[in-house]
Design a protein around this ligand. Structure first.
Ligand SMILES: [Zn+2]
Ligand SMILES: [Zn+2]
Ligand SMILES: [Zn+2]
Length: 180
């Protein structure tokens, strides 16, 4: 049995998607955080580097089977793209925080930027598809109109599973690109 105090202490050493745990020297540009994964079941981008099993709307828990290790840029480093993306402490997905809290597979109140065990998320920046993608660029990423999560939908392919029920909704989304 682990008590709350121990849980908080342990959290400080986790490689979660928070500013407090990044191994960077002061003043160094972060540029990007590597290690994000797409879940093959719900097709959402999520941060798998925690010791917790993270609930997946498609059933069970997210996995990273067969996924690339993706990079997501940190907003404070600037650059072209869309700001205000954050990681959710409950479902660990990358979601756009500029609208509503979205529907979350891990919290009935919607996505959240921190929890008792997971520190506050950074702000991230997601790039739009360039006119001429190059190697290690992957197109086909969209934000879901219902849950606000970034998810992968190859041309003509399925749209994963959404925390709001059914599949993610790509209508109205910008076209995003991830690097790996
Ligand atoms: Zn999943
Ligand atoms: Zn969530
Ligand atoms: Zn969705």
């Amino acid at each position: 049995m682990i008590n709350r105090r121990q849980a908080i202490g342990a959290a400080a050493t986790l490689a979660v998607a928070t500013a407090a745990t990044q191994l960077v020297t002061p003043g160094t540009a972060l540029a990007a955080q590597t290690g994000w994964a797409s879940c093959p079941k719900c097709q959402s981008l999520w941060w798998p580097n925690t010791p917790y099993a993270i609930p997946c709307r498609a059933g069970g828990h997210h996995t990273k089977d067969g996924s690339f290790s993706y990079q997501v840029k940190v907003q404070s480093d600037g650059g072209a793209g869309q700001n205000d993306w954050r990681s959710c402490a409950a479902c660990q997905c990358l979601w756009w925080s500029g609208g509503t809290a979205g529907r979350c597979a891990g919290d009935p109140n919607g996505h959240r930027i921190s929890s008792y065990a997971i520190g506050k998320s950074w702000y991230y920046l997601v790039e739009f598809e360039p006119q001429f993608p190059s190697e290690r660029h992957q197109r086909g990423w969209r934000s879901c109109a219902n849950c606000s999560v970034l998810f992968f939908t190859p041309v003509g392919g399925p749209n994963g599973r959404c925390a709001s029920g059914g599949r993610h909704e790509p209508v109205g989304s910008w076209k995003y690109l991830l690097r790996y």
